[in-house]
Ligand binder design. Structure first.
Ligand SMILES: Cc1ncc(COP(=O)(O)O)c(C=O)c1O
Length: 373
């Protein structure tokens, strides 16, 4: 059997990794400035993470959500404390799309409404409700186009206020658009969404799948602006590679047995991974490191003259050039042995582990300076 060929791949086979370093099958070492698409939060194969997962697997890998799973409570407790959203509840799923799917569904159950306000260049996942609020027709099948979704220009305060009305079920927005090219939501824009939702009874869904979990230098990006969404979706960095996602739900929502559900969500191994990630983020002060190393990277990058626009917060940085970045990214990968990400044709996307050191950041800068003066 062959694989269904949907991914363009680089001719590299990673076989081992530690922290921000990856080795391929020939023993070649790489610096990971991409984190497997923002997934590697605490660094590859962190010893605490490996120990926790191994121990859990030896005891019990899985049982369904029909029994007591105290690991879920431990994860919720630690997440509430570290994120500062102690009064929110946690529903566990398996991916970012599934988190958003449940967020949208919960908003619709709660309000009884259908209209969703989403934004240009948004990406919320590939499942039915999530892809419907994603601004990319090329990844929508005919069954995914939905009349109930209105797209408004990202960061356009007036258009946003106008679009959110008494029929709006929910507004879904990324704090920093990832796939859309590292576009940072402004404080005014976020506050306008909060105010309009309060006025109309619409639900404010903050997609923190890529920008959350410490990446921006705060646990969630909305904490830079001191506002609180009604539902926060998470995934990626939450499990450092183990598939886990979830939503944080404000106290205004009432839970009911059967309202939401999943077979795999919140399983023992996923919880062990999620707990290990939070332990390491806290113990090694990785959110502070993301802010500090991110600021350093940003200020060094801003000295380069050849950049059209530099955007981002913490360790989520977009470097937009006037031309395609594909040649530079290939040189970085195959000559300098550095993984980077991309958004559109002209933007290099940096999403390294939150444990990235200044020395590692410097190694990347040194390589990039050869190509961007
Ligand atoms: C902001 C955002 N939301 C949702 C998703 C979908 O997550 P997943 O691929 O885990 O379904 C992504 C994935 O890139 C994302 O960046």
């Amino acid at each position: 059997m062959k694989l269904f060929d949907v991914y363009p791949i680089n001719n590299i086979e990673p076989v081992k990794a530690l922290g921000s370093t990856i080795w391929d099958e020939k023993g070649q070492e790489y610096l990971d400035m991409y984190g497997g698409h923002a997934v590697i939060s605490i660094g590859h194969s962190h010893p605490h993470y490996v120990k926790k997962l191994t121990k859990q697997l030896k005891n019990l890998g899985f049982y369904s959500n029909s029994v007591k799973i105290p690991l879920q409570d431990e994860l919720a407790d630690k997440l509430g404390k570290l994120s500062g959203l102690k009064d929110y509840s946690l529903f566990l799923a398996n991916s970012g799309a599934e988190a958003n799917e449940n967020a949208l569904k919960l908003a619709s159950f709660h309000t009884g409404r259908t209209k969703i306000v989403a934004f240009t260049k948004s990406f919320h996942g590939r499942t039915s409700a999530a892809v419907a609020v994603t601004d990319n027709p090329s990844i929508k099948a005919p069954i995914n186009f939905a009349d109930h979704v209105v797209f408004v220009p990202f960061n356009d305060v007036e258009a946003t206020k106008k679009a959110i009305d008494d029929e709006t079920c929910a507004v879904i927005v990324e704090g920093i658009q990832g796939v859309g090219g590292i576009q940072v939501a402004t404080e005014e824009f976020m506050k306008a969404i909060r105010t309009s939702c309060d006025k109309t009874g619409a639900i404010f869904i903050h997609d923190s799948v890529q920008c959350g979990y410490g990446r921006s230098g705060k646990f969630f990006t909305f904490q830079h602006y001191k506002i609180k969404p009604d539902i926060v979706s998470m995934a990626k960095g939450m499990g450092n590679g183990f598939p886990i996602g979830g939503i944080l739900i404000s106290p205004k929502f009432q839970a009911k047995h059967g309202l939401l559900g999943t077979t795999f969500g919140g399983n023992h191994l996923a919880c062990a991974a999620g707990i290990a990630v939070l332990d390491v983020i806290k113990k090694e002060k990785l959110i502070e490191n993301a802010a500090e190393t991110g600021n350093y990277l940003f200020s060094e990058l801003s000295k380069l003259k050849g950049i059209k626009e530099l955007r981002g917060q913490g360790l989520m940085i977009g470097i937009e050039l006037l031309e395609s970045v594909s040649e530079i990214r290939n040189k970085l990968l195959f000559e300098d042995h550095i993984f980077t990400g991309v958004a559109g044709a002209n933007t290099i996307r940096l999403l390294p582990s939150l444990a990235l050191t200044k020395a590692e950041a410097e190694r990347f800068l040194e390589a990039l300076r050869k190509y961007i003066k």
